[in-house]
Design a protein around this ligand. Structure first.
Ligand code: ADP
Length: 167
């Protein structure tokens, strides 16, 4: 099992699944969600409409359309609301449930964006710690997953993740 930190546009990656920081409607939006729907094309939205929606912390899977990845796992991160409203646990659930969906579909490589750290306002360092700890803990139980990528779009996140992975 391997963890790798990359500074990339997640839509360009050739992995079994890229994870989308979606919203509850699954109808697309800004940030990474918009980039994924634009790059993947309308097939993704069509599948999302059939699924209907997704609760915070849950995860669902669709095609990746025209992107090099094979699937998109859509998960809905928590909106930051001061930190005393279950934000950490909900963010943990995003990582756990995305890994669970990957295992159920026999996927070996999965790439996560920095869920909730854009418009949803989760403090970056706290979110990075939740992400790294959750994935590392889960790995023991998910031996079928070979590689997890943390995709950092901004330098601040990249430096945070690099530091934590080295620890
Ligand atoms: P959220 O609503 O969950 O906060 P955002 O899309 O606003 O989602 O931001 C989540 C993270 O995704 C941010 O760190 C942002 O910099 C990053 N991001 C935006 N576009 C891309 C992309 N094309 N590839 C990877 N990460 C991206």
């Amino acid at each position: 099992m391997k963890i790798e930190v990359l500074r990339e546009d997640i839509t360009t990656l050739d992995v079994d699944a890229i994870v989308n920081a979606a919203n509850k409607t699954l109808r697309g939006g800004g940030g990474v969600d918009g980039a994924i729907h634009r790059a993947g094309g309308k097939e993704i939205l069509e599948e999302c409409k059939k699924i209907g929606g997704c609760e915070t912390g849950e995860a669902v899977i669709t095609t990746a359309g025209k992107m090099p990845a094979h699937h998109v796992i859509h998960t809905v991160g928590p909106v930051w609301n001061g930190g005393e409203n279950n934000e950490d646990e909900l963010l943990q659930n995003c990582y756990k449930n995305s890994l669970q969906v990957a295992v159920e579909h026999d996927l070996k490589t999965i790439a996560f964006p920095n869920i909730s750290t854009g418009v949803y306002g989760f403090p970056k360092e706290r979110a990075a710690r939740v992400a790294v700890e959750t994935v590392e803990q889960k790995f023991g139980y998910k031996p079928s997953i070979e590689k997890v990528f943390f995709i950092c779009f901004d330098m601040e996140n990249y430096d945070l993740y690099e530091g934590m992975i080295k620890e």
